[in-house]
Design a protein around this ligand. Structure first.
Ligand code: DGL
Length: 266
């Protein structure tokens, strides 16, 4: 057992979709979240930069005495996870492995993936799916406009509707039955995506899959919090001149936590 907090980071508010799922499933775990808003977006940056930024985020979270790091960002998972695991002793997980573990349980997988340009470039999802899941059917598409729109809070207006319509054209007529939201900002568009693709396509929220996987992971590593109490949360941002606060406020509905947001310099 380990009663220290879980640390997680993203470039901005997207990782809060993971935060929400982990918070729902593990009500007694403390969580420290870092939104690297000063450097948003990650999705268009080079692999070298993403590794460097991930190391900064991990160093910061380690300084907050966390027991585990969740990379709550598809871009950093696909480009930096392998590298940072070689450097740090602390357990680090990304958003891909938990989703793959869950999908493995299903035999009928015709998969679509949407993510940032950086993530799609790495083919991380395609490779994992081909290697670990009995399915060779994957189509993917980069959707670079979605994360900036989510940061702006534009997730249900007319612009969002048309943007989703345009991006979803890649999947129409392709007979997919699952769409992986490979960027943690994208669950904010779930309703619009569902409207576009219909009920026959399951929308995969990686945060939800990660939370399921985390149960097993915490037990295996013997780091589950065993104290029965309410989890405590803390949010840090590298810049506060952004819309994070408004978007997060709607998402988590916890004013006390929003009020405690702290700006840090890393
Ligand atoms: N939420 C992130 C992801 O999952 C990053 C989006 C961005 O910063 O471009 O990829």
């Amino acid at each position: 057992m380990d009663n220290r907090p879980i640390g997680m980071f993203d470039s901005g508010v997207g990782g809060m979709t993971v935060f929400l799922e982990v918070m729902k499933k593990f009500s007694n775990e403390d969580i420290v979240y870092l939104g690297d808003t000063k450097r948003f977006p990650y999705g268009s940056k080079s692999k070298e930069t993403i590794i460097e930024l991930s190391k900064k985020a991990i160093d910061f979270l380690i300084s907050k005495n966390v027991k585990l790091i969740i990379i709550a960002c598809g871009t950093a998972t696909s480009q930096a996870l392998e590298e940072v695991r070689k450097i740090y002793k602390i357990p680090i997980i990304g958003i891909i492995e938990g989703t793959i573990e869950e999908l493995k349980k299903d035999t009928n997988n015709k998969i679509g993936v949407i993510a940032t340009t950086g993530t799609i470039r790495t083919k991380a999802w395609e490779n994992e799916i081909h290697n670990k899941i009995d399915s060779s059917y994957v189509i993917s598409r980069a959707c670079p406009l979605l994360a900036p729109m989510a940061e702006e809070g534009w997730t249900d207006n007319e612009v969002a509707k048309y943007t989703i319509k345009e991006y979803m054209k890649s999947f129409k007529g392709n007979n997919i039955n699952k769409l992986i939201l490979g960027c943690t900002h994208y669950p904010l568009f779930t309703n619009l995506i569902k409207e576009e693709l219909g009920e026959s396509v399951e929308i995969i929220n990686t945060g939800e899959k990660l939370a399921k996987y985390l149960e097993k992971y915490l037990i295996e590593k013997n780091i589950k919090n065993t104290i029965s109490k309410k989890g405590e949360y803390k949010l840090y941002l590298t810049d506060t001149e952004c819309n994070f606060i408004n978007v997060a406020r709607k998402l988590i509905n916890n004013e006390a936590l929003i009020k405690k947001i702290e700006k840090i310099d890393i």
